[in-house]
Design a protein around this ligand. Sequence first.
Ligand SMILES: CC(C)(COP(=O)(O)OP(=O)(O)OC[C@H]1O[C@@H](n2cnc3c(N)ncnc32)[C@H](O)[C@@H]1OP(=O)(O)O)[C@@H](O)C(=O)NCCC(=O)NCCS
Length: 185
Amino acid sequence: MLTLNFTKFPVLETERLILREHALSDAETLFAMRTNETVMKYIYRERPKNIQEIEAFISSFNIGFANGDNLAWVIALKENPSQMVGSLGYWRTDYANHRAEIGYMLHPNYWRMGIVSEALAKTITFGFKNMNLHSICANVSPKNNASQQILIKHGFKKEAHFKQNYYFRGQFLDSEIYGLLNPGH
Ligand SMILES: CC(C)(COP(=O)(O)OP(=O)(O)OC[C@H]1O[C@@H](n2cnc3c(N)ncnc32)[C@H](O)[C@@H]1OP(=O)(O)O)[C@@H](O)C(=O)NCCC(=O)NCCS
């Protein structure tokens, strides 16, 4: 059975990090991140227009969690758990196939410190052991070398390259799908 309906949000801990639920108090930081063109360079989504939009986005994570559709963690450093530095989560849970898509982003001030790697290792294990996923996928721009490299480092394999399957701002863009199978299945 695939389990996403936890009774309580699963807060996770790693050596340096707390992975916790999104709160409305994260709205300004999340807004800053999702309007930061360095962070969003290869994320082809419309940028939020205002804080209200981001608050609605955060509420949608929390509703999605309550419905068992997604699981989105804030990445925070243990020394300051209320300060969001990034986010990471499972989306588009495909119950029939025990599969979910993982996505992540981090504020550039914290890049190349191994933070997403640490969070990813924990959430992959959680996905396989506690959620009983059979496979995890990631959808990446072919230009996003950092994201490709982090996935490869965690054992993902490139499984597909779709030609111009995604329309954004007047262009049809390519996408790559990376996948990881549950080693215990
Ligand atoms: C991709 C991203 C999350 C990486 O986070 P990070 O915490 O800086 O990554 P880590 O420090 O844990 O790096 C782990 C590995 O990823 C790879 N990596 C990370 N950043 C890289 C970069 N700029 N160039 C090449 N490889 C990179 C390396 O293999 C690295 O291992 P190494 O440091 O031993 O060489 C971050 O760059 C980011 O938020 N980018 C913008 C948002 C985004 O594109 N999200 C993904 C959408 S699919």
